[in-house]
Design a binder for this molecule. Structure first.
Ligand code: PM9
Length: 464
């Protein structure tokens, strides 16, 4: 084999591997049996039966030697652990909020926030729903309303900031329901369900200006805000020379409060928080956390977990880290684009999203083409992915009707610092193999549907 001189200089990950976890390849016949036994739901597979696990980037990150060393410095005092103060300092330094309430993961922060801020009949506008966020809003008596720009619903649209809020839609909601019925505007950047699409700083400022005029607070879902900051640095005029850490702090400064699943950006396996500049909200959250999570200085976490988070935050805002993280997603996405495989464009920050409608146009959405595609990829290669379409969207809380979103996607999600370029090649080749046999694919019928967040535990069989 001979190699031509490359026309560019490559970059590589800013780390080397110190410990490995063996993974096992299974046979095609075994995988067909495993997915059948799992009711055609990749969440119900055993992880030991998965070869490359791209279900989620949540809690699946590899920690650094410094984070592991910090785990040994866990102060497991019931009250006032020094790791809590280290975490608080890291959140204040990098996200900018004054007050911190730790929680065991993101949805616990969403639960506490929703219980405090939402009253029955309230409306919460946001840039596309997220599953757990919307459910907690509904359980508190609120209704989510989507104010994302129209481009977000079109997988082929290549606009650089498809996570933006439509200011016109937000204005309309405020005019229609009145500011008093809107406890807060919920902003996520990037937008997970839209394909990891970012929000621009300019748009965040416009949302802030509008909300300020109506005295409506902004709550940021900061789960992957560092990826959002990276996209701002790469795509938005005026930010090229700013560090991701600086951009993150500016982005958060336009908001009042944040909920966080630290299992993503913060490079840990468990953890989350609610952080705010509002002293009244802080006091209520600090009180409520003792009911559901634990004392306000540990929030359901061990001291060692808070230390790993504090150190993870510092590592997560480094420019070379985030370039490599998003760069790996781009590498995989560009492979698929080169082969003409339909994916959401532009390529997202944490995952490549396959457009299952375009992939399997012969399968109606009522037969869950994205769910079927996750199964077909698993059977082909043992690669586990996640459905982000009609199954995830669930049912309307009031009418009980199924939601059929425009985006019917499979998320191929990359954990941070876990897999290599060779793994990405194997994944891309498997997706291509399934794409080449797409005409033979069949849809699914749901045979068991749990009441809440059905995508986690629903079961299916092959449709006729
Ligand atoms: N996200 C994900 O895989 C984990 C479970 S849901 C399939 O993408 C956002 C934007 C998230 C998120 C979790 C949460 C909840 C809030 N906001 O999982 O409770 O992506 O820590 O966070 C998942 P927790």
């Amino acid at each position: 084999m001979s190699y031509a001189k490359p026309s560019r200089r490559s970059w590589a990950e800013p780390w080397k591997i110190k410990m490995v976890e063996p993974i096992r390849m299974t046979t095609l016949a075994e995988r067909a049996k495993f997915i059948f036994e799992a009711g055609y739901n990749t969440f119900l597979l055993r992880s030991e039966d998965v070869y490359i696990d791209l279900l989620t980037d949540s809690g699946t990150n590899a920690m650094s030697d410094r984070q592991w060393a910090g785990m040994m410095l866990g102060d497991e005092a019931y009250a006032g652990s020094k790791n809590f103060y280290n975490l608080w300092e890291a959140v204040t330094q990098h996200y900018g909020y004054k007050y911190l309430v730790p929680t065991h993961q993101g949805r616990a922060a969403e639960h506490i926030l929703s219980q405090i801020m939402i009253h029955p009949g309230d409306v919460i506008p946001g840039n596309m729903y997220f599953t757990t966020t919307r459910l907690h809003q509904e359980l508190a008596g609120g209704t989510f309303t989507d104010v994302i720009v129209d481009e977000a619903h079109d997988p082929a649209n290549e606009a650089p900031f498809k996570g933006n809020v439509s200011i016109a839609k937000l204005k309309r909601v405020i005019d229609e329901v009145g500011a008093r019925k809107i406890p807060y505007v919920c902003i996520a950047g990037p937008v997970n369900m839209a394909g990891g699409q970012p929000q621009s700083m300019e748009n965040m400022r416009a949302v802030r200006d509008l909300c300020k005029r109506h005295d409506i607070p902004i709550v940021l879902d900061a789960t992957r805000a560092i990826e959002n900051a990276y996209f701002i640095q790469q795509r938005e005029p005026g930010y090229k020379t700013k560090s991701v850490a600086e951009i993150l702090k500016e982005y958060c400064s336009y908001t009042d409060t944040c909920t966080m699943s630290a299992k993503k950006d913060a490079l840990v396996n468990i953890g989350g928080w609610l952080a705010t500049n509002d002293q009244g909200l802080y006091e209520e959250a600090r009180n409520l956390v003792v009911v559901y999570e634990g004392l306000h200085t540990y929030g359901g976490l061990a001291g060692r977990d808070m230390e790993a988070m504090a150190r993870g935050i510092v590592e997560s805002v480094a420019d070379d880290h985030i370039r490599a993280r998003v760069g790996q997603v781009e590498y995989l996405g560009n492979h698929l684009l080169d082969w003409g495989i339909p994916i959401v464009k532009p390529i997202g920050g944490h995952a490549v999203f396959l457009d299952a409608r375009a992939f399997y146009p012969h399968i109606p959405q009522s037969q869950y083409p994205a769910q079927a595609l996750t199964c077909d990829i698993y059977i082909d290669s043992g690669v586990r992915t996640m459905e982000r379409g009609a199954v995830s969207a669930g049912r309307d809380a009031k009418t009980g009707e199924e939601h059929f979103p425009k985006l019917e996607l499979v998320r191929v999600t990359l954990p941070r610092r876990v897999y290599t370029q060779a793994h990405m090649d194997v994944v891309a080749e498997s997706v291509l193999e399934v794409y080449e046999h797409r005409e033979q694919a069949r849809g699914l019928r749901m045979t068991y549907e749990p009441k809440y967040l059905r995508f986690f535990q629903a079961r299916f069989e092959r449709a006729e």
